[in-house]
Design a protein around this ligand. Structure first.
Ligand SMILES: Nc1ncnc2c1ncn2[C@@H]1O[C@H](COP(=O)(O)OP(=O)(O)OP(=O)(O)O)[C@@H](O)[C@H]1O
Ligand SMILES: [Mg+2]
Length: 346
């Protein structure tokens, strides 16, 4: 492929949020590109039909109304060969979507939209985007890396993968230059939507060297949301004297209307649980009205959670991140690095 004519973008392809950047040739400065006016692009897809879809904040808004037409968290399922999304688009199209196909459809929109953005900025010089650097977690499974690459190649991109913590440290050093000196040791603590990564990197004369990494691909913001989901399910089951299916076998026993009811309730519970979790970062209490369908009838369930109860729920998860940090510090120490100059919370 001729890589000299097109442009290159960097994609922080997050489980929940994606950021796309472009390095300006003259200044060498990294600029974030917007999708639908936003730099933080929700990593979700929303299907009006099988062949017509949107991503980002508009997709997120659509999913709140038509949960069965939406896809979220596709990055988390990239290494699972069996995983399929059962889609019902707004127009009634039924189809299955594999996570790497969702990734490809997401990236297609990114590339098309960002080409338009570059065209606006540079006019005829905008050109096509034919290369991308995509960040992946330090502990991303090999098969998930392969599927990410394939999804990008299927969009016509020549792609390179790079480690998320190293990219975060590079980004940090551009703004906080006092640590941008050979020998400086940076710890990146990245508690993301889908993975937890910790990485100790050291600035070398010309690059960053990864000294030690640790992480857990199931410890994440989504896991904390799931803790709230489990709490809400319990309260809902008590209130309406019902039982949600506990596994795939129990789900199989439901008829198609009950499955649709269950899936739309779960989407409503998940969306609100996530919101309540985020509110509790700044407030001591959170309250939401959930629009549920119970045995075919609409019900409004008033959900409440205090910060204290939430912190009790997630304490073991947060303690686990502390254990992983300590193990990673030990690994670095075995390589002769016994100090950290700065901790970056990514
Ligand atoms: N104010 C907040 N309080 C608590 N959690 C928040 C807040 N804002 C966002 N989050 C959570 O942070 C997570 C997203 O973080 P981030 O954008 O770093 O992840 P990501 O890059 O999409 O995922 P990953 O890097 O794991 O693939 C989500 O779980 C989201 O709910
Ligand atoms: Mg991330």
């Amino acid at each position: 492929m001729d890589t000299t004519t097109g442009k290159e973008i960097s994609i922080d392809l997050g489980t929940t949020t994606t950021i796309v950047s472009y390095t300006k040739k003259k200044s060498g400065k990294l600029t974030q590109l917007k999708y639908s006016g936003e730099k933080l692009i929700p990593s979700v897809l929303f299907f009006r039909s099988e062949s017509e879809w949107d991503i980002g904040k508009n997709a997120l808004a659509g999913m709140a109304i038509h949960p069965l037409a939406g896809v979220a968290n596709f990055k988390s399922h990239l290494s699972d060969p069996e995983y399929r999304y059962e889609m019902t688009a707004v127009n009634g199209d039924h189809f299955c979507l594999k996570p790497h196909e969702a990734t490809k459809r997401f990236l297609m929109k990114i590339v098309k939209n960002m080409e338009d953005a570059l065209l606006k900025e540079f006019g005829a010089m905008g050109g096509t985007i034919d290369r991308a650097v995509i960040t992946v977690p330090a502990k991303f499974p090999v098969v998930a890396k392969g599927r990410t690459k394939k999804a990008a190649r299927d969009c016509g991109l020549d792609v390179k993968l790079t480690s998320e913590p190293t990219a975060a440290a590079t980004d940090y050093l551009q703004s906080y230059t006092e640590f941008d000196r050979p020998g400086a040791v940076i710890m990146v603590y990245d508690f993301g939507g889908g993975t937890f990564d910790v990485s100790i990197v050291q600035r070398q004369p010309n690059n960053l060297k990864e000294i030690a990494t640790g992480g857990d691909n199931s410890l994440s913001g989504n896991l904390l949301t799931d803790r709230v989901v489990q709490y809400l399910i319990k309260r809902i089951e008590e209130r309406y004297a019902i039982q949600f299916p506990k596994d795939a076998d129990e789900l199989d026993d439901l008829d198609s209307e009950e499955i649709d009811e269950y899936r739309s309730n779960m989407a409503e519970i998940w969306r609100n649980a996530n919101h309540m979790k985020e509110i509790l970062s700044g407030e001591n209490e959170s309250e939401r009205d959930l629009q549920l369908i119970i045995k075919g009838k609409p019900k409004v369930f008033g959900a409440y959670l205090s910060r204290e109860d939430f912190e009790d729920m997630i304490r073991p998860d947060i303690n686990r991140t502390v254990d992983i940090v300590q193990q990673t510090l030990k690994k670095a120490s075995e390589k002769g690095i016994n100090r950290v100059d700065v901790v970056v919370m990514a």
